[in-house]
Structures are given as structure tokens and as C-alpha cells.
Design a protein around this ligand. Structure first.
Ligand code: NAD
Length: 362
């Protein structure tokens, strides 16, 4: 079988997860990567046996690629996607799709005009615990879904807050410190609407601006099926030494058995979200790959396939490659990215106007 020729643009942190996951995929071959940081380009090209390019235009011209993964900061997803699409190459773009609705819409239009597919990197949809949760909801195990919640509190205290936002988001614009509503919450907005099959109708919330002191961010979403979704994030103010479940931090944190783990990192994170229905509730430890069901009479741990991160990156590209090979719509499209961004950005409007904002499809 001819493998799809893949190129990556942006060889930073998330590229490592993509490349590690892609080792499990037979339908693609990663042949090249582009990175503007010369030291990083050299290191990554050597480590992953890639043909390295400092200019992605040159990579597009020379490598006869079938698909490109856009792994640059969100602020230039539009520019890169439009250029890739113009070259007739399919695009899988990381979240958030863009920083403004105008940019997101333009990316969708550019891909449609060029006749290439635009896949959106809603990577949580490919995590086994999340997939199992969806299967159980669809089978009616929880009854009607009423409430979905995620809270995370992280960082090392307000004085030590490191604002990574402006690297990825225009200073002064939505994006916050780079791990809040627009950057991280975007996963949950997509997750809650995907799990319930229900779009966001209206929101009340608050989002942080990049380069400005962080406040607690929140988003209360009214979904079309009557369920409510709530996200609450604090990236800095409360020290992570608290024995608080759902904590998200890069420092010391608490594992699933409430033991303090040193060093943090993804594996040790007990970050989780909750889903409550009329018959039962689920707690989803998406990265720890664990799922718990709570019912009136009992609680049990639900078995999920043992394919945690970065297996989700493998499943994601497998699915996108299938869409290309079978000439069908991707499982997750640019429109999914646009819908999630509409809800996230509506939080800013809500706070400015101190009102509930109706989310209208752009
Ligand atoms: N799906 C997930 O779970 C997940 C996790 C982390 C990050 N992300 C997303 O992935 C994207 C990248 O995040 P990251 O953490 O890897 O950021 P990063 O800053 O570590 O890496 C981005 C890289 O892109 C490079 N770059 C910027 N402009 C470029 C250009 N024009 N050509 C080539 N390279 C260029 C930068 O030099 C940098 O090395 C963001 O959109 C982020 O939100 C997704």
C-alpha cells in the first residue's frame, strides 16, 4: 500500500507527541518537518529522521506531500493553512483552530476552495476513556445528560506565574496565559458538545487576555439539549500543593490515589471531568486513562482500552488518513474547530457586557 506522505510544520512540544503516536500508524509516512528555530530543527530532524526545512514553503514545493499537520502556535494557523491549501495539500490543524472567528472561517473557505480536507485536532475525542464515555452515553447508561463539569487549578502561585500566552496568542487578545479557556478549555467545549451531540446555545463567562494578570476564567454553557456545561480555570493564583482533585499543573501534583507525586507531567495528572445524567454519573480521567461510573446502588471502574496518550494522536491521524483515502469527510472538521472557538470567544463578550451571550454559528 502507498503510504500518505506527511509533513509537519512547527516542531515544538506537541510535535513530539504527534511523532511518537505516528510510529503506530501504517497508512502514513512522516517524511519532512519545518521549524523556524534552527537548533530545534536540527535536533528534531535528527531524532525523528526527517528531512528538515527552515522554510515550510520550500518543504511544500519539494516534498510532494499528501497531508500537512499544522503544529505552530495558534496565531499563525491561518497563514500556514491557507498556504498549504493553495498547494493542494490536505491539512490537519492543531487546536485552537485560530485566534479569531474571521481567521477560522477563512481557513475553512481556503480549504474548500482548494478542494482539500481540513481536519481539526480535537485530540481528546481519540482518548480511550473519552470514547468509552461517549459509547456509554449513547447506550443510555447515564440517562439524560444534565451537567458536565471541569475544574482545574494549577501553577505555583501568583508571583511565579509564567505567562506563555503571548508566544501563542497576540498580546492583549484572547488566549490568557496559554493554558486557560481558549487554549485548554477549547478541548472541553468540543468534548461536551461531542458527548451530548448538542451544540452550545448560549454562554456566560470570562476569559483572560494574553500578557495581562490572570483572573479565574469560567464558562457556563447552555447546550441545546438542556444540559449545562461548566469550566472553571485558575492558572496561577492558588498553589498546586493543595490536595485538590482535578488539579492541573506542571509541578508536583496528586495522583489518582491522592499520593503526592513529584515532578508532575502528563502521566501523573489526575485531571478529570465529570458527566452527570438522570441515571448515573461518570468521572473521566482522560490522560490517566481511567473511567469511573457512579450509580444509585454502586460505583465501579469501567475498563477502557490500554492505549493512552500519544495513542490518541495515532488514532486521530489514522482517521484523517482514512478520510483522504476513502474520499469522505473527516471525523472532526474545521467546522468543529470553529464552533468551539465561537463558544470560547463568547465568554469575553459576556464579561464585557455582563450578560448571557447567544452563540450563533458564524
Ligand atoms: N492537542 C493537544 O493536546 C495539544 C497539546 C499541546 C499543544 N497543542 C497545540 O499545538 C500547537 C503548538 O503547540 P506547542 O505546545 O507545540 O507549541 P511550541 O511553541 O512548543 O511549538 C511551536 C513551534 O512552531 C514553530 N514555528 C512557529 N512558526 C513557524 C513557522 N512559520 N514555520 C515553522 N515552524 C514555526 C516554533 O518555533 C515552535 O518550535 C498550538 O496550537 C497548541 O495549542 C495541542
Amino acid at each position: 500500500m502507498n503510504k500518505l506522505r506527511v509533513g509537519l510544520i512547527g516542531l515544538g512540544g506537541v510535535a513530539e507527541a504527534h511523532l511518537e503516536g505516528y510510529k503506530q500508524v501504517e497508512t502514513i509516512e512522516v517524511v519532512a518537518g519545518s521549524e523556524i528555530h534552527s537548533g530545534r530543527l536540527e535536533k528534531m530532524a535528527k531524532k525523528w529522521h526527517l528531512k528538515g526545512y527552515s522554510d515550510y514553503g520550500e518543504m511544500l514545493a519539494k516534498e510532494n506531500l499528501d497531508l500537512v499537520c499544522v503544529l505552530t502556535p495558534a496565531r499563525n494557523h491561518r497563514e500556514v493553512t491557507e498556504r498549504v491549501a493553495e498547494c493542494g495539500v490536505h491539512v490537519l490543524c492543531e487546536k485552537p483552530l485560530a485566534v479569531t472567528l474571521e481567521d477560522a472561517r477563512a481557513m475553512i473557505d481556503a480549504c474548500e476552495k482548494a478542494g482539500v480536507k481540513l481536519g481539526y485536532g480535537a485530540t481528546w475525542r481519540f482518548l480511550p476513556a473519552c470514547r468509552k464515555a461517549k459509547e456509554m452515553i449513547e447506550a443510555g447508561r447515564l440517562g439524560s445528560i444534565m451537567l458536565l463539569l471541569e475544574t482545574y487549578v494549577g501553577g505555583k502561585g501568583y508571583e511565579n506565574f509564567r505567562d506563555a500566552g503571548p508566544m501563542h496568542y497576540p498580546p492583549g487578545g484572547p488566549g490568557g496565559g496559554g493554558m486557560g479557556l481558549v487554549d485548554h478549555g477549547i478541548h472541553l467545549i468540543d468534548m461536551f458538545t461531542w458527548l451530548t451531540g448538542s451544540p452550545v446555545e448560549s454562554v456566560f463567562g470570562r476569559g483572560n487576555y494574553s500578557g495581562q494578570p490572570p483572573a479565574t476564567e469560567y464558562l457556563t454553557m447552555n447546550l441545546q439539549n438542556g444540559a449545562m456545561g461548566q469550566l472553571v480555570y485558575n492558572e496561577a493564583t492558588i498553589p498546586c500543593e493543595m490536595p485538590y482533585e482535578g488539579i492541573f499543573s506542571w509541578g508536583g501534583s496528586w495522583d489518582i490515589n491522592y499520593n503526592l507525586t513529584l515532578g508532575g507531567g502528563w502521566d501523573a495528572q489526575p485531571q478529570n471531568f465529570r458527566i452527570y445524567g438522570t441515571k448515573g454519573a461518570l468521572r473521566v480521567f482522560h490522560y490517566a486513562n481511567k473511567l469511573f461510573l457512579f450509580e444509585k446502588e454502586k460505583q465501579e471502574q469501567i475498563r477502557v482500552p490500554d492505549r493512552p496518550m500519544p495513542g490518541n494522536f495515532a488514532l486521530q491521524i489514522e482517521s484523517f488518513a482514512r478520510a483522504i483515502l476513502e474520499k469522505k469527510s473527516p471525523e472532526v472538521t474545521g467546522y468543529d474547530g470553529l464552533r468551539a472557538l465561537e463558544a470560547a470567544l463568547a465568554a469575553y463578550q459576556s464579561y464585557e457586557t455582563q450578560s448571557v451571550v447567544r452563540v450563533k454559528p458564524t
